[in-house]
Design a protein around this ligand. Structure first.
Ligand code: SAM
Length: 719
């Protein structure tokens, strides 16, 4: 065995260099490091690659007949982090606590997110071409691999020679006329199939990604589309490959296409990875052609490089505005940890390749946010002194953020029995190190969305709740607001956020009920006659809840929504609650389930899991407890389930009322008494003195308790 280079080893093993880095980044091959942190490409690694290839062939992960596959890193991309992935992974593993959600907000190819595959990842890039590739690799929409493969085989065989947008504008530049004809034909066909519903959004993204990767392989450039080589032979053939997304994939992944500074105002994540452009080279200039093909709006192009209009795609990070944009970005990030890559091959300055943000500016912004460490590739932590850092081209800035606690937000439902008012007392009782938070009786989700954990399973027996929240989770936020606004307009319901109260002949204390009664009943009637349970059903239900009495949800025995009109409408406060709630659930790794608590699968709980149970209260009464409500048997079953959760070594907290209006919950009391020493009971300060349902007797406040099987502030038991 001897030491060679990455290129030498890749050639020896018959794979591309980028695939070699992929295997290394994903721990498929073991590559040693030198004292300076460099990879040591031992020729013995070729045997590991051979074994892996053989095993993949056996497990059926082989390339489909008729075409080859491609992976996320089979693309040239300026500033890509393929080589740095093990370094990023190592810093994250050693420095961060529990990480469930990762946001890669200048995602480019999405390679950094690929090392966190399986966790919920949020990817964002200002370029649509990157967004579409990110969506192909990480999107949450299911797709048919067979369909994508069949189409790729068809495209590779297709005999397309006719004129199109590509032949008219790009023949003989980056591609031959023949390849332009094929690219134009394929891109047009993808769009046609998508518009006619033959392929879904994810399949469209996979096909466009396959095309972009294929174009990039044969383009007559050195990887950038600022220019092409004149008189170069354009004989390479366009060959599409089937993209194979990284596994495992999280169904909550989110891909976005916006300015990172705007994005961070809407998302939260445990870890935010930042890899902005370093110098004045705009990515929209470098990749204009791929962006043009991805968008496929067929704009006019001009100049020798045949560029389209790129205004709106320019990045502040490539201009003198970069330090200011960066400070604003860091200030608005909501995360526990930040990892940043920033190349410092050159001094800050005005030259084309000079870094736009100085180390001083980076450190100032990050230090204002939390505790900062800087790492070189050999994992040496710098003291963050300027001269030290400058000597190293490849460093990672790590920041443990101080203001990492979640801001408390409110449910968009004003749910009856909601725990919002008790949160200041409940949240400090919850463990900070939970890896999974289960909100077993989630109702309006007030507790789960504010839990000190980014992986939450919300469960409620009410099927309407899971359907509604899943609709908020799956639809883009703007679509939810447009649809809700459309329903309000269609039925002529009041919109006090725009017109005020006087416009409707109403005064605030009396509310808008008089004006809204008729349109509300019409909406309720139409809703009750709906058959399917699609997005329209849940959005109409949401409008009904907003305009109904006390914002409640109530169906009669025939399954008809039967609450009368209420006093309020979709006012500014409700809009803000909905907006912040959608942002929160989209940021986190959440699942909404709809099960009787007894059917909840406790088998998926681990020692790091925490279960919060807020059941209907046996001795008080609420709307959800009216018809066949909560019985003594339910109470006993729940307490037995909590005992079983305790026996598994998991933590739980139970909310309940021990006594109220002279009544005592004897079952609960006897359970608490028989578990003295094992469980602890915390008596909370009464929150319902102003409530309309739990108790109207303000003189005998309910004894509201939280029963815990752990000591708040302590570590996981048995760990
Ligand atoms: C250094 S590259 C990221 C490379 C990436 N980590 C990878 O491994 O492929 C920077 C990316 O930031 C994107 N970008 C530039 N300005 C942006 C902005 N204001 N908001 C979001 N993305 C931006 C660029 O399009 C480019 O893809």
């Amino acid at each position: 065995m001897s030491v060679t280079t990455a290129a030498g080893l890749a050639e020896m093993a018959g794979i591309s260099r980028s695939y070699l880095y992929y295997l290394k980044a994903h721990g498929i091959i073991n590559v040693g490091t030198s004292a300076s942190g460099r990879a040591v490409w031992d020729t013995g690694i070729a045997a590991q690659i051979k074994r892996y290839k053989k095993a993949s062939r056996k497990s059926g992960k082989r390339e489909p007949a008729g075409c080859k596959t491609c992976r996320i890193n089979n693309r040239r991309y300026l500033g890509n982090k393929y080589k740095l992935l093990p370094f990023i992974k190592k810093v994250a593993a050693r420095e961060c606590g529990t990480v469930n959600t990762v946001a890669d907000i200048f995602s480019g190819t999405g390679s950094a997110a690929s090392v966190f595959a399986g966790k919920k990842v949020i990817l964002n890039d200002i370029l649509y071409s990157n967004y579409i590739c990110n969506f192909a690799w990480f999107g949450a929409l299911p797709f048919s691999r067979e369909k994508v493969t069949e189409l790729i085989i068809y495209y590779n065989k297709a005999d397309a020679s006719g004129s199109n947008y590509m032949t008219e504008n790009f023949s003989g530049t980056y591609f031959s006329r023949e390849n332009c004809a094929k690219i134009g034909f394929i891109r047009e066909d993808i769009e046609r199939r998508f518009k006619s519903g033959v392929i879904n959004g994810r399949e469209r993204a996979l096909l466009i990604t396959s095309l972009i990767y294929a174009m990039d392989k044969i383009a007559n450039t050195c990887g950038h589309y600022d220019a092409y080589r004149k008189n170069a032979p354009l004989c390479k053939k366009l060959v599409l490959r089937v993209p194979v997304p990284p596994e495992p994939s999280n169904p909550g992944n989110l891909c976005l296409n916006m300015d990172a500074n705007e994005l961070v105002r809407h998302i939260e994540a445990d870890l935010v990875y930042i890899d902005p452009p370093y110098n004045s080279r705009q990515y929209c200039d470098t990749y204009h052609l791929l962006e043009n093909v991805a968008r496929w709006q067929k704009p006019e192009v001009s100049g020798v490089a045949r560029k389209m209009d790129r205004s709106g795609l320019k990045s502040d990070y490539c201009t003198e505005k970069a330090p200011k944009a960066f400070a604003d970005l860091i200030k608005n990030i909501r995360a526990k940890y930040i990892i940043m890559s920033y190349n410092n091959m050159a001094e800050k300055g005005n030259g084309r390749s000079n870094a736009k943000i100085s180390d001083t500016d980076i450190l100032r912004a990050l230090k204002a946010k939390g505790e900062v460490k800087v790492f070189s590739r050999d994992y040496k932590a710098f003291t963050a002194g300027k001269s030290d850092i400058r000597k190293n081209a490849e460093r990672l800035f790590f920041c443990r953020c101080r203001d990492a606690e979640k801001e408390i937000i409110q449910s968009p439902l004003n749910y009856t029995g909601g725990k919002f008012k008790l949160l200041p007392q409940l949240l400090p009782l919850f463990p900070k190190d939970a890896e999974l938070f289960v909100d077993l009786f989630c109702g309006g989700c007030n507790v789960g969305v504010n839990a000190p954990c980014s992986r939450v399973v919300f469960n409620d027996k009410n099927p309407e709740l899971a359907g509604l929240f899943n609709t908020f989770l799956k639809l883009p936020k703007s679509d939810v607001f447009t649809a809700v606004g459309g329903i309000i307009k269609k039925y002529g319901l009041s919109d006090s956020s725009v017109n005020g109260y006087a416009f409707y002949g109403c005064k605030s204390p009396d509310g808008l009920g008089k004006y809204n009664r008729e349109p509300f009943l019409k909406l309720r009637g139409d809703f009750n006659s709906l058959r399917g349970r699609g997005a329209r059903y849940y959005l109409m239900l949401y409008v009904l809840i907003i305009y109904s009495f006390n914002n409640q949800i109530r169906f009669n025995s025939a399954g008809m929504f039967n609450l009368p009109v209420g006093k309020r409408d979709f006012n500014k406060k409700m809009r803000s609650k909905l907006s912040r709630f959608i942002d929160r659930i989209k940021s986190e790794d959440v699942v909404f389930e709809n099960k009787d608590f007894r059917l909840f699968d406790t088998g998926k709980l681990t020692r790091g899991s925490f279960v919060y149970a807020d059941p209907p209260y046996l001795i008080t009464c609420a709307t959800y407890n009216e018809r066949g409500g909560w019985t003594e048997n339910d109470e006993k079953d729940l307490l037995a389930m909590l005992d079983a959760i305790d026996a598994r070594g998991c933590r739980f907290a139970l909310s309940n009322v021990l006594s109220s209006k002279g009544k005592t919950n004897e079952i609960l009391l006897s359970w608490i008494n028989s578990n003295r020493g094992r469980y602890r009971t915390v008596h909370l300060k009464n929150s319902y003195s102003n409530s309309n349902y739990h108790t109207r007797d303000k003189k005998s406040p309910a004894d509201e308790v939280a029963v815990l099987n752990y000591t708040p502030g302590s570590e996981i038991r048995g760990k």
